[in-house]
Structures are given as structure tokens and as C-alpha cells.
Design a protein around this ligand. Structure first.
Ligand SMILES: [Zn+2]
Ligand SMILES: [Zn+2]
Length: 466
């Protein structure tokens, strides 16, 4: 068999691993590479293999860096099944269409620039319509139910505890159709124990070949309880001085996690009596998908659901879809909380809320996720004296609170304890989905602490024969 590492190799985004076994080709994930505009466009547009030669796609979860290039794959001739969990099908239905819309808008901007220099226009990598077409190939399955994805290849998905519907992928097959069976396990993005809403990642006890993520392969996270306490204190402190709390948050997963925690704090009487808004159309759609899939929640959340009736709604909370309604928030006087996308404040409605509120020292910007270098979110975290929003300069005076405890990824101890659950170390291990330092350090720990033998950090487009 052969594995080609065509994305998320010594980097975090663009997950794409091509498995060839018994002349059949399965693509594990087909994510968008996210980075500088030109490079990203070039890398995402062209596949290094013919899309029509891929027999099936197995998708670990809905995040765009894992699913976001699927419409392009279908455009270029892929006609097989795209298999994932049922929640992932529903989430992709919202997220890929949103991504198509972003691609269209992005190209409009680029083409305006190109016109100025007399250059021909470029086409979007895919459109909303392409994304809708790609959805026809999706097929949803349940956790822990073996499914024949291609002749002689059985797929089983296990809960990865990273986002709604996220899966660890196991493929069982017989190389050359004879001899002992082999099992390939792909961790996907691995979650953390005790994350709200989600079940803990499933331990797997056997693998011959392992692909393991390493986003935080060299880090240890602070406990989530600390961050929950900090959210509570931040909202109380800001409300007491008459200010607003602006929270840039990804519309998928992070927003629902925050709403769930705020719901609990509210019912415990820990929050001041101020309005809370979720201002993002995608977040509204995605929250509805969460509501439709309580079977993916952990026991604690299901118990709480029985008591509270709705874990994503409570008296003070309002969801805002409409643009005009969103604009009305700008005129609000008095304390409130606004949760809005995008998560790194690079686009979306949160930019308007920041522009209107960061120069007032009573307000707070609450950062609840990782901020990439050169983003507006990162500039705020670094207390830049001046930031630019929509081409205008602003001098931030608002308090900035940064919380690192909400990560949906396992840290180094989490990755090692999951890897330790295999009864014997896998024969071949490939460390993917991490920056070089993180991947190398996890590889070293796997060798030294757990006695793994063959551990490789593959490079981009490397193909390895096993
Ligand atoms: Zn993910
Ligand atoms: Zn990822």
C-alpha cells in the first residue's frame, strides 16, 4: 500500500492524505490550505493527482481545513462517495456553502485589484453552487458501525471529541487480498477529555499504521475551568463599569461552546442581567444543526438538556441573522455581550463591533481562540497601539483578555495518553497536522516514552510505500 501526504504535512491546514491499497484510492480529508492569499490559491486550485482517479473520500470532520476543498475535487471530476458522520454531513451543508460564498467574494476583491493593473480576472476556486453540487455525494454513517466503503475495505468511525460529528477513522483491509488483515487508524483532529457538550475521544486498542495529529504536540493546555471562571469575571467586571464585551468566535463549535457555558452561568445566577447577542448568520444555522443532533452530546449535556429544555438558548440570549438587526447593535447603550464571527476578526460582522467599541476603555475584547500571526485578533492580543479596520486607523483602549483554555485539540499529555491505549505500538506511525516543532516533539515523545519504533514526520507530497 501507499500513502501520499498532500496537505497538513508539517503544517496544520489543508488536511489531505491519499491511501492506495489494492489499486483502490481513498482520500482521507480534502481540506483547504489556509495561508497567504496567492500561495493558498495556487495550492488549493491544483491537486497533484487526478480527482477522477480517487474512488472514495473519507472525511474526519467538518472544519474547512479538512473538508473545504471537496467542491473543487468534485468540480475536477471526482464521482465517488464522500463518507462521514451524519452530523458532519449537516455541518458541511452549511459550512461548504458559506465557504463557496467566501471564495466568490474573495475573487471579486482580487479581480478589482487585477483590473487596476490590466491583468485578466481569475475564477473562484469554487462557488456556492459548486458546494451545493458536491453535497450530493455525501453519505452519513454512525459511530462504531463498520461500513464497506469500497470492495474489501471496511471503514469504522469513532468519536474524536473535537467538534460535533468529529471522527477517528479506522480502515481495515487485506493488502494484496491475501495474508493478515491490516488496520490503518487516522486520529483526525483529536479532542480533549472534559470539553463541554462533546464526549471524550475514543481510545482505540489496535492499529498497524497510524496517522496522528500534532497541533499541540509540544504544549500543555490550562484547564478549561480556569477559562470558564475568567469568562464570568470578565463579563461581571465589564458590566460593572458600563462596558460591552466583544467576543470574536468561530461560528462553528466555539460559539456553541460559549453559549452553552453562558447558559449554565446564567442559570447558576453568576451573570449580571445584561443582554447577550450571537451575531452571525452561519452561527445561527450551525446552532440549529447542534440542536438537531443531541445524540452526539455527552451524558452531562444530555442531562442538562432534560433540565433546561434548550442548552443553546436562554432568556437573555438573542440570535441575530438579519443585517439590519446587526446594525442596530451599534447604537446600543449600556452593557451587553456580543459574540460574533470571524474567530480571528479578519472578516465578518465582528469587525464592525470592534471598530465601534475598541477605543472605549470601559469595553473588553475577549479572545477565546488561537489567533494566527498578522490577523486583527493577534494585533489586539499583542496590544498594538494602532490597528486598521476597513482601511481606517483605530487606537485600542478597551481591555483585552486572552483565554487559552478552550482549545478543541488534545495537548501533548492528551495525545500521548490516547497513543498509549494501543495494546502494542503501531508498526508505522506518521505525525501530521502540526507545525514542524510540534510534530517533531510529539514524534520524539512517541519514540522515547511509548517505545514507538517507526515514527515519521512526512513532508508535503511525500509518498510512502509500506
Ligand atoms: Zn478540526
Ligand atoms: Zn484541523
Amino acid at each position: 500500500m501507499q500513502i501520499g501526504f498532500h496537505g497538513a504535512a508539517q503544517t496544520v491546514t489543508g488536511s489531505q492524505h491519499l491511501i492506495t491499497v489494492n489499486r483502490l484510492r481513498i482520500l482521507l480529508d480534502c481540506g483547504l490550505y489556509q495561508g497567504k492569499r496567492e500561495e493558498a490559491r495556487r495550492r488549493n486550485r491544483e491537486f497533484v493527482y487526478y480527482a477522477s482517479t480517487v474512488d472514495a473520500v473519507v472525511l474526519s470532520h467538518a472544519h474547512i481545513d479538512h473538508s473545504g476543498n471537496i467542491p473543487n475535487l468534485v468540480n475536477q471530476g471526482f464521482r465517488g462517495k464522500i463518507v462521514c458522520t451524519t452530523a458532519t454531513v449537516d455541518l458541511c451543508g452549511a459550512m461548504l456553502l458559506d465557504s463557496g460564498h467566501i471564495q466568490e467574494e474573495d475573487v471579486e476583491y482580487v479581480n478589482r485589484q487585477r483590473r487596476k493593473y490590466g491583468e485578466p480576472p481569475v475564477e473562484p476556486i469554487y462557488t456556492r453552487e459548486d458546494a451545493a453540487e458536491a453535497m450530493k455525494y455525501f453519505e452519513g454513517i454512525q459511530y462504531a458501525r463498520p461500513y464497506q466503503v469500497l470492495p474489501g475495505i471496511t471503514l469504522t468511525m469513532y468519536d474524536a471529541g473535537h467538534m460535533l460529528g468529529s471522527a477517528i477513522v479506522a480502515l481495515d483491509f487485506q493488502p494484496g487480498n491475501r495474508g493478515p488483515k491490516q488496520r490503518l487508524v487516522f486520529s483526525g483532529d483529536l479532542g480533549r477529555p472534559h470539553l463541554p457538550i462533546l464526549r471524550d475521544p475514543t481510545n482505540i486498542d489496535a492499529a498497524d499504521i497510524l496517522l496522528i495529529e500534532s497541533t499541540y504536540g509540544n504544549r500543555t493546555h490550562p484547564p478549561i475551568e480556569e477559562s470558564v471562571e475568567a469568562v464570568k469575571q470578565t463579563i461581571r467586571r465589564t458590566a460593572a463599569r458600563g462596558g460591552k464585551v466583544i467576543i470574536p468566535a468561530f461560528a462553528v463549535e466555539r460559539t456553541q461552546l460559549l453559549v452553552y457555558l453562558l447558559n449554565k452561568l446564567y442559570h447558576q445566577g453568576d451573570l449580571p442581567d445584561i443582554p447577550i447577542y450571537v451575531d452571525s448568520p452561519l452561527a445561527v444555522d450551525v446552532t440549529d444543526i447542534f440542536r438537531r443532533h443531541p445524540e452526539y452530546f455527552d451524558d452531562e449535556t444530555r442531562d442538562y438538556l432534560r433540565q433546561a429544555g434548550d442548552v443553546f438558548g436562554f432568556k437573555q440570549l438573542r440570535y441575530i441573522r438579519d443585517v439590519e438587526e446587526s446594525k442596530k447593535l451599534h447604537a446600543l447603550k449600556g452593557p451587553c455581550v456580543i459574540i460574533s464571527a470571524s474567530g480571528m476578526a479578519e472578516a465578518g460582522r465582528v469587525q464592525h463591533h470592534l471598530k465601534n467599541n475598541i477605543e472605549d476603555a470601559r469595553n473588553t475584547v475577549l479572545i477565546v481562540g488561537w489567533q494566527a500571526p498578522n490577523t486583527l485578533g493577534r494585533r489586539l492580543v499583542e496590544h498594538a497601539p494602532v490597528v486598521r479596520i476597513f482601511g481606517m486607523e483605530y487606537r485600542p483602549e478597551a481591555e483585552v483578555v486572552t483565554l487559552n483554555g478552550f482549545s478543541g485539540h488534545a495537548d501533548q499529555p492528551g495525545l500521548l495518553s490516547w497513543a498509549q491505549a494501543f495494546k502494542t505500538p503501531p508498526h508505522h506511525t506518521f505525525v501530521v497536522h502540526g507545525e514542524p516543532d510540534a510534530a517533531q516533539e510529539l514524534a520524539t515523545r512517541l519514540r522515547q516514552d511509548l517505545g514507538y519504533r517507526e515514527v515519521v514526520v512526512p513532508s508535503l507530497h511525500q509518498t510512502i510505500e509500506i
